[in-house]
Design a protein around this ligand. Structure first.
Ligand SMILES: C[S@@+](CC[C@H](N)C(=O)[O-])C[C@H]1O[C@@H](n2cnc3c(N)ncnc32)[C@H](O)[C@@H]1O
Length: 319
């Protein structure tokens, strides 16, 4: 569809949203998105927006377009997966390599959870990267996501790597039950499920340290400070290790995104507002005590926290 038609359609949906009366916290993100979509109608206005308004936005008050207009959720997930598949950008490569490496060196079965898994493109790339015929213990991937569209996409996306299909689980309770079943016979020692649930519902159904690794990608920046503390506490409780992968603020990423996604204004808008919500390098460095933090040239970082080692140290100190 012509980009101008797409932009005007979003602008009229935003106008309808404000006309229908919305809660006060939504007024700021609606106006921020409206101004950005208006600016994207011309390259000159877009550059002015980048050099002016973008820098004055309040990240903690922002919401992306799919959070205001959920009908754009599938479009955004699809485009994100297309970008994540681009070998030149290598957007999720460091995380994919880290997980593949874990699997190839595993000595026992692994249970790996993904918070805010989206279309499970990380898992697809991990499975595709494992050498065919190389033996490893059973690996169970579970993608937790609150969005129905994401769970549907995950099912379709993983079909190319797991022809026997993946399980679709409607709740945390169903997921806990599924994990107790023995895995169905399959060509590879890998099984996967997508579970439609908010990650905050998980602690009631899983024991502390239930997952070998909990990882998440492009998830953290969606959370405001109060929710983030809750996510970190949930991950610390349920995961032996937690791997956080997200973008950090850097302007080359904005330039790349502008060129690469100019013809997809919905994705470009989501990328720009995400970028504004990313932590800065300085903020990440200031808060990474007790974790291992690495920055990558693709504009992303990986932070690893070993809670199992922390629990062991705590027990040792107490005895
Ligand atoms: C930007 S997407 C990232 C998708 C995927 N991790 C990737 O890298 O392609 C963020 C995802 O987090 C999900 N999400 C947001 N809040 C959530 C929550 N409380 N519980 C589970 N999923 C959540 C959204 O539905 C969305 O699919």
């Amino acid at each position: 569809m012509d980009r101008e038609i797409q932009i005007n359609r979003v602008l009229s949906c935003l106008a309808a949203l404000s006309r229908n009366g919305v809660a006060a916290p939504l007024l700021y993100p609606i106006e921020a998105n409206r101004a950005l979509f208006q600016a994207m109608l011309s390259p000159r206005r877009y550059c002015q927006w980048l050099h002016g308004r973008a820098k004055r936005l309040h990240p903690e008050k922002l919401l992306e377009i799919s959070e205001l207009l959920p009908e754009y959720d599938p479009v955004l997930h699809n485009h994100l997966m297309t970008v994540e598949r681009n070998p030149v950008l290598g957007l999720i490569r460091p995380l994919v390599q880290r997980i593949a490496n874990l699997i190839l060196h595993a000595k026992r079965p692994l249970l790996l959870a993904d918070f805010g898994a989206g279309g499970m493109e990380v898992q697809r790339q991990v499975i595709a990267s494992l050498p065919v015929g190389k033996k490893h213990p059973l690996v169970t991937f579970i993608g937790f996501d609150i969005s129905l569209a994401a769970c549907d996409l995950a099912q379709a996306n993983l079909a190319s790597q797991l022809p026997e299909g993946i399980s679709i689980l409607p709740s945390a309770e169903a997921c806990a039950r599924w994990l107790q079943q023995s895995p169905a016979p399959s060509a590879r020692p890998i099984r996967a499920a997508t579970c439609r649930v908010s990650i905050f519902d998980l602690p009631a159904h899983f024991a502390p340290g239930a997952f070998d690794v909990i990882f998440h990608s492009f998830f953290r920046h969606h959370l405001d400070a109060s929710v983030l503390a809750n996510v970190e506490a949930t991950a610390a409780r349920l995961g032996r290790r937690v791997w956080e992968y997200d973008g950090y603020q850097n302007w080359p990423t904005v330039m790349w995104a502008s060129l690469f996604s100019w013809h997809n204004p919905i994705f470009l808008a989501a990328t720009l507002l995400s970028h504004r919500r990313f932590a800065t390098r300085r903020q990440l460095l200031a808060s990474h005590k007790g974790s291992r933090l690495r920055f990558y040239g693709n504009g992303c970082y990986l932070r690893e926290i070993n809670y199992q080692a922390k629990r062991r140290t705590k027990r040792w100190m107490e005895t």
